[in-house]
Design a binder for this molecule. Structure first.
Ligand SMILES: [Zn+2]
Length: 360
């Protein structure tokens, strides 16, 4: 089963094919088939209505209904657990029917609504609170930015998803969420802290500061659910952190900040903003020249402090840095390139120099 996604095995069209259930017609996302519980195979009109998107069936005559696993289990007189096991043994035979694998991402208004509600349902553990305090963040900063620990208990996770849906929120198209093998909504588990990525007052996505490094020694990943059933891939959204007294329109339209900071990771961006109170752009894991230029051009900036975190230093070609620096300099922007080490008072030298300038 290495080559197939698990959802192909439990796809309802595969189950119909494995059980040799006769299909009588296809309309859109629906297949009509002979009900194995109340019809004989010689009948012409099938009463079994199969929804290939939701992976469920219902018989319009005898009323039997359920998921693809229920269909297989009932037909074979076995448990759904056993049905799942048996389906995994056979090569899936899928019909060419609509079948959602990766969803298109919902717009920023919707994502913001879901993520804010979702974060309210997450707690902050003592361990993570201490970790954030060690990074010099105040209680208010932690609260205002909705830094939360990720709930990883499977039952609690599904409960949270149910609560979100009860509030009328749909989870398809929201990176991080997917439908589990029981077709209940769930979200990806990670041990770490959610760092909401905000732009124009809206949460674009959730970045995760991991407790332990994953492969390739990264400490940060996106909350993403690509390649999961009904899952959604996160994009590399940028974040802008700015003083609350500057509104978004002013920031883009007038000369609000002469020098800004660009940081290659979200937690680094927060540390720098917290320590300097300058406008900070967070761009995770990559130096995207066009993205940086696009944001910086709108801000009327004369100087950029470009802070690269260790991971980006190790995994980005020097050519990309050079290109970005050159592109910024071509806009008459002075660039100071800095490598961010792990100390907590990072960026504090920027304030000192500002102070010195004022004195001078
Ligand atoms: Zn029936």
């Amino acid at each position: 089963m290495q080559n197939n996604n698990v959802y192909e095995y439990i796809n309802i069209t595969n189950v119909l094919n494995q059980l040799h259930i006769k299909k009588t017609s296809v309309r859109g996302n629906y297949i009509y088939a002979i009900c194995p519980f109340c019809q004989n195979s010689k009948e012409k009109n099938g009463y079994l209505k199969v929804n290939t998107i939701n992976n469920v069936y219902i018989c319009r005559q005898c009323g039997s209904s359920g998921s693809s696993l229920d269909l297989y289990a009932s037909e074979k007189y076995i448990s759904t657990k056993e049905a799942f096991k048996r389906l995994l043994r056979e090569t899936p035979v899928l019909d060419n029917m609509p079948y959602t694998y990766n969803n298109p991402v919902k717009d920023e208004y919707y994502r913001d609504m879901v993520y804010r509600t979702f974060l309210e349902m997450q707690k902050l553990s003592d361990y993570h609170y201490k970790k954030l305090k060690e990074m010099n963040f105040s209680d208010n900063y932690i609260k205002d930015n909705q830094f939360k620990s990720i709930e990883n208990n499977n039952d609690n996770k599904k409960e949270i998803c149910i609560k979100l849906q009860e509030q009328g929120l749909k989870l398809d198209g929201i990176p991080g969420f997917f439908q589990d093998t029981d077709f209940k909504w769930n979200y990806k588990s990670h041990k770490g802290i959610f760092i909401p990525v905000t732009l124009n007052n809206k949460i674009q996505g959730l970045r995760i500061l991991l407790d332990e490094k994953y492969g390739l020694d990264t400490e940060n990943v996106w909350f993403s659910s690509n390649n999961e059933y009904n899952g959604t891939k996160a994009s590399n959204w940028p974040m802008v952190l700015k003083n609350k007294s500057i509104n978004w329109i002013d920031m883009y339209n007038s000369c609000t900040s002469e020098s800004i900071i660009i940081a290659t990771e979200m937690i680094l961006a927060h540390k720098l903003f917290n320590n300097t109170n300058k406008t900070v752009i967070g761009i995770p894991n990559n130096i995207d020249k066009d993205l940086i230029l696009n944001l910086v051009k709108r801000m009327n900036v004369s100087e950029v402090f470009l802070y690269a975190d260790k991971y980006t230093i190790l995994h980005t070609s020097s050519l990309m840095y050079e290109n970005t620096i050159q592109a910024l300099e071509a806009q008459n922007i002075k660039v100071d390139f800095r490598i961010a080490l792990t100390e907590t008072n990072i960026g504090s030298d920027l304030n000192t120099s500002e102070e010195n300038k004022k004195v001078a």
